[in-house]
Design a protein around this ligand. Structure first.
Ligand code: NAP
Length: 174
């Protein structure tokens, strides 16, 4: 049993994340993936509009829609801590053990490498298109095409919780 780790903020989870998770399952040589919802303490800000619980729900729905099932994924919300140096030990304390870390984030890669973990980089899947920053910007300016960048079950969930309205209110818009 070989386990991978994938860390993200998922604000919100989009096709880039789901393509990455599919690639990890199919090509990453692991049997299970621990998916960490990072910055779990954050919500209701322009950079982090969604709660950890909402992101958890979006990941479950998106995995079922894009991969057919959320089986084989262990999802864990984890709040940030002020000390990068001990973050990897903190994750080891909270999570089931893992053998390899998949990331494109240079800080995440560096922190795990310093502790001797194998770190692999998943390919970029249309990164300029599938980007959570871009999705939040589209939501803010009323560009409905953000829905094309996330699985439809995720778009429906965001609409059901008034996610776009929340973001626009946070920005001081209507
Ligand atoms: P993210 O932006 O949601 O990205 C998660 C992963 O998905 C990254 O590897 C990202 O690669 C990848 N990804 C996104 N779009 C993609 C695409 N189109 N194709 C392929 N891959 C794609 O989250 P993140 O900012 O990396 O999350 C790191 C989390 O760790 C944060 O919550 C951070 O606070 C936390 N952290 C905490 C500490 C601490 O508490 N001290 C320390 C380090 C990290 P890209 O980078 O290329 O987008």
């Amino acid at each position: 049993m070989r386990r991978g780790l994938f860390v993200g903020r998922f604000q919100p989870p989009h096709y880039g994340h789901f393509h990455a998770l599919k690639w990890i399952v199919e090509k990453g040589g692991v049997d299970e993936v621990v998916v960490v919802i990072g910055s779990a303490q954050e919500s209701h800000t322009l950079r982090n509009p969604f709660t950890a619980g909402e992101r958890f729900e979006m990941l479950l729905r998106g995995l079922r829609e894009t991969l057919g099932s959320s089986q084989g994924f262990i999802i864990a919300p984890v709040p940030d801590i002020a000390m990068n140096f001990v973050w990897t030990r903190y994750l080891e304390m909270l999570l089931p053990s893992f053998d390899v870390v998949f990331t494109r984030n240079p800080l995440v890669a560096r922190l795990f490498e310093e502790y001797g973990y194998e770190v692999r980089m998943q390919p970029a899947f249309d990164r300029e298109v599938y980007s959570a920053t871009r999705i939040r910007e589209m939501m803010l300016r009323g560009d409905a095409r953000w829905r094309e960048l996330v699985p439809s079950s995720v778009a429906e969930y965001i609409e059901s919780i008034g996610g776009v309205e929340r973001l626009r209110r946070l920005a001081g818009g209507d």
